[in-house]
Design a binder for this molecule. Structure first.
Ligand code: PNS
Length: 174
């Protein structure tokens, strides 16, 4: 019987960046099936996009990879892995500063369930890339067109314009 090797690429993806896509693409070459799992209950307070929007953007960005699907998950990542019979978690590592926390999570996850974490080093051109920085740079009018997929750029520009207009509106009302 052939074993299907499955992996999960978890994250908040608020929004997905070219760095995430690079890791997903490389995971899709290492595993038979890859599930990109969007954490729905993460407490980072100010999300720019709803879980549905984040998943839509990921579905579009991952469309070229035939063995990649997108799902949402609530609760523990290890519970999601158990439900989907996944034994590998794929994480991108940008720098040594990522390592401490990622190692702690990997060890915690493997203590909770039969899962291994596989670290993929981020491509050098993406090593500075983070969703939070993309949002900050875009908020102040910086060019992020080379850092996110075109659909994400469109939505990001639109959402930030909506937020700015809502802020101005509130300012006028006060
Ligand atoms: O993109 P992020 O914010 O770095 O993603 C973090 C994520 C979603 C991978 C992490 O917070 C997570 O796995 N959350 C699920 C809850 C959980 O299992 N917590 C215990 C981690 S050891």
């Amino acid at each position: 019987m052939r074993v299907v090797r499955k992996a999960v690429c978890p994250g908040s993806f608020d929004p997905v960046t070219n760095g995430h896509i690079d890791i997903v693409a490389r995971a899709s070459r290492l595993f038979d099936e890859v599930v990109v799992a969007v954490g729905l209950n993460q407490s980072k307070s100010r999300r720019l996009f709803t879980p549905e929007e984040r998943m839509e953007m990921l579905e579009k960005a991952c469309a070229p990879f035939s063995n990649v699907t997108v799902a949402g998950f609530d609760g523990l990542l290890t519970s999601f892995c158990e439900q989907h019979r996944i034994h590998a978690i794929v994480k991108g590592l940008r720098a040594v500063s990522d390592f401490d926390y990622e190692l702690q999570m990997a060890q915690m996850n493997s203590s909770l369930a039969d899962v291994e974490t596989v670290f993929i080093p981020t491509s050098p051109e993406n090593s500075f890339l983070a969703s939070s920085l993309v949002k900050e740079v875009a908020t102040f009018g910086g060019d992020v067109s080379g850092l996110v997929p075109p659909d994400v750029l469109t939505r990001l520009t639109q959402r930030l314009a909506e937020r700015a207009a809502a802020g101005e509106e509130q300012g006028r009302e006060r």
